[in-house]
Design a protein around this ligand. Structure first.
Ligand SMILES: O=C(O)Cc1cc(O)ccc1O
Ligand SMILES: [Fe+2]
Length: 471
């Protein structure tokens, strides 16, 4: 248990030394005013300072203790104090949580997008969100959506609440100042933030234009991966996950709008106060952030290429052991030392589907075309791997390549066991790279059939048809 207190400050001006609570899945306690947290019970008849007690559950009440997530918030007014929800108009047609033939296509084609331009008219985080692909259903509590956003203005007099699932936001450009009901988080590119289902939050853009990626998961929550034979340490350390400390505002906010995403659609409800009125809270269901530079990568130290799962930061499980609804994997700076090994990612077809993004730098498997802010999708069993330039350069370096450090880069992958459908607007996007396939077309046959003593493909075919043993 940890307790920390901060005073009331202006929500639009974050201090540079914002305090955090450290740990993953801890049961935290935090109070912005000492004494605001009820002691020895969750729901006293009268709470300290006349606060309302309100619970937020991230798992069913009866979930096993090790999976159970909930927090108690002690607030000036309860969340229910608002006018009825109404459908938000105009609709954001490009934000969805059901994936079917009316809004999506299924395609095995390798897909790649260039970075989307920042908007030229004012757009905030909510209006800047658009879904790229996904599978399953928020209603059925099984599935995921991958969204991206470009925005250039802070949210004003409104807060967002996602009833559908958890958001894992990966900012690529532009810092985010996020106020949540548990407190404030500053999230810069290179850091990621998880905003669990149901929490109200607002996104400010202190640096101006911003772009990034969002993985949304329905019916599961992120965990740290098991470490197996790696041992007790390595990859993302629990203490590097940072949750906010309690912070509240208490000024009247006429016409304040809660924008609730529910079944992929947006609804609004008006209230006359800020939802960031939680003076104290405790629990293990909290927003948190993580700095990817703190990740301690493990990899091969003699030969061959490790599967990317070795660098899993967070995993959202399904009910099948070892099968993820969504893994968040990174490709951080690290030494490549493997001997007599093709060091870039191998050519492969995967029964899982792989969505990739690039935060900064270059990606080891692609010499060109995959740039920061861009994205790629290689779905279930779609072949992919290093582009021709990367292959040829690796072979040219030969077997004697000494230890080499990949630096100044941060690529990531959202990998899912569900097969994503791709949104029509993503397929029709002006940023889609129609020539993506070309990056592999130049891969030549280097086959030398020493047994036959001939490399002419025509002759090799005839020999083989004559029944002679080849290869
Ligand atoms: O396709 C990709 O680039 C991601 C990836 C990287 C790697 O090192 C091994 C497998 C894999 O899917
Ligand atoms: Fe892959």
């Amino acid at each position: 248990m940890a307790a920390q207190s901060v005073g009331e400050t202006d929500g639009t001006d974050f201090p540079s030394d914002l305090p955090y609570l450290s740990g993953f899945n801890n049961h935290f306690s935090s109070e912005a005013i000492p004494g605001a947290l009820p002691q020895s019970q969750n729901s006293p008849l009268i709470c300290p300072f006349g606060l309302y007690a309100e619970q937020i559950s991230g798992t069913s009440f009866t979930s096993p203790r090790k999976a159970n997530l909930c927090s108690w918030l002690y607030r000036i007014k309860p969340s229910v104090t608002h006018e009825p929800f109404r459908q938000r108009l105009p609709k954001n047609e490009k934000l969805i949580s059901e994936f079917n033939a009316s809004n999506c296509s299924s395609t095995p084609t390798q897909l790649r997008w260039k970075p989307a331009d920042f908007p030229d008219s004012p757009v905030d985080f909510v209006d800047g969100l658009y879904t790229v692909c996904g599978a399953g259903s928020s209603f059925l509590r099984h599935g995921f959506a991958i969204h991206m956003y470009t925005a250039n203005k802070s949210m004003e007099n409104c807060a967002f609440c996602n009833a559908d699932g958890d958001f894992l936001i990966v900012p690529q450009s532009g810092k985010l100042w996020i106020i949540t009901e548990c407190g404030r988080l500053e999230v810069s590119p290179g850091e990621v933030v998880v905003l669990p289902q149901g929490f109200r939050f607002v996104v400010y853009l202190p640096d101006g234009p911003s772009r990034g990626y969002v993985a949304e998961i329905f019916g599961s929550h992120f965990q740290l991966p098991d470490l197996g034979p790696i041992g007790a340490n390595g990859l993302a350390a629990p203490r590097d996950f940072l949750a906010p400390v309690a912070w509240f505002e208490n000024s009247p906010r006429p016409g304040y709008t809660i924008i609730q995403k529910f079944g992929g659609e947006l609804f609004t409800a008006i209230q006359d106060f800020s939802p960031f009125n939680v003076v104290a809270w405790h629990g293990n269901y909290v927003p948190y952030k993580y700095d990817l530079c703190k990740f301690c990568p493990y990899n091969t130290v003699l030969f061959d290429h490790s599967d990317p799962s070795i660098n899993t930061v967070l995993t959202a499980p399904t009910d099948k052991p070892g099968v993820a609804l969504l893994d968040f994997v990174i490709f951080p700076p690290r030494w490549l030392v493997a001997e007599h090994t093709f060091r870039p990612p191998y050519y492969h077809r995967n029964c899982m589907s792989e969505f990739m993004g690039l935060i900064y730098g270059g990606y080891e498997a692609k010499a060109d075309g995959f740039v920061p802010g861009g994205a790629s999708l290689h779905s279930c069993m779609t072949p992919h791997g290093p582009d021709t330039k990367t292959y040829e350069a690796t072979i040219a370096r030969g077997n004697d390549a000494g230890p080499h450090k990949i630096s100044g880069t941060m690529a990531f992958m959202f990998e899912s066991s569900l097969i994503p459908r791709v949104c029509s607007w993503a397929l029709e996007s002006p940023f889609i790279d129609h020539d993506y396939y070309q990056c592999w077309i130049g891969l030549k046959s280097h086959f030398k059939n020493e047994a036959i003593g001939d490399t002419d493909p025509q002759k090799v075919r005839i020999e083989s048809e004559n029944g002679r043993q080849i290869g």
